[in-house]
Design a protein. Structure first.
Length: 193
């Protein structure tokens, strides 16, 4: 099983092997792709060719998204690396299109995104922490996010334990109360400030 994250504006992506995700003392393999951020209609021929290769690689990676629970890391990484090798053989330099392998701690691997919503509110939690939005107040756009005094991974771990309660919450404040009672440290602010 893999986790795929893309950043289209920067023409980059990360594929993570989820075999050891969340396990202390274990590591997860990662393939990071970085392509050309410029437009395909500007630049010299090499830049245009590099952008086309970047677009093709991103298309393949985005095609992995629906299959990520069933696709294995070696297959996905092999496809991307083969495309990069072909580009290198065609004279496209590493500074234009590249893929790199690395390892991260299992506890730092991406996690399943939790989502919930009710009348006038929505909430989510993932490796980037917790976010709760009050959708009734469109003037101030109040929200709560993970406080800087708590690691995002810890907030997520605590939120998972009470997420079934969050799904049945009756209001924006009720969601905050449930998560706070579970030990999540939340910071309240208005997005319009």
């Amino acid at each position: 099983m893999i986790h795929v994250k893309t950043w289209n504006g920067g023409c980059s992506a990360r594929i993570t092997d989820m075999t050891n995700a969340g396990k202390r003392g274990k590591t997860c393999r990662v393939l990071s792709f970085r392509g050309c951020p410029w437009d395909s209609w500007s630049g010299d021929d090499l830049q245009k060719q590099s952008k086309q290769v970047s677009n093709n690689v991103m298309h393949v990676i985005e095609g992995l998204l629906p299959a990520s629970p069933t696709c294995d890391f070696d297959t996905a990484a092999g496809m991307i690396e083969a495309m990069i090798d072909k580009a290198r053989a065609e004279g496209i330099p590493e500074s234009y299109v590249a893929a790199y392998r690395a390892e991260i701690r299992g506890v730092d691997a991406p996690v399943e995104k939790l989502t919930a919503s009710g009348e006038g509110w929505s909430a989510s939690a993932d490796e980037n922490g917790i976010s709760i939005d009050d959708e009734k107040d469109q003037c101030n756009l109040p929200c709560m996010i993970t406080s800087h005094k708590q690691k995002d991974s810890e907030a997520y771990r605590l939120a998972v334990k009470v997420w079934d309660q969050v799904k049945t919450a009756t209001s924006f404040n009720n969601v905050g109360d449930i998560l706070s009672a579970a030990g999540c440290r939340l910071h309240y602010f208005c997005r319009m400030d």
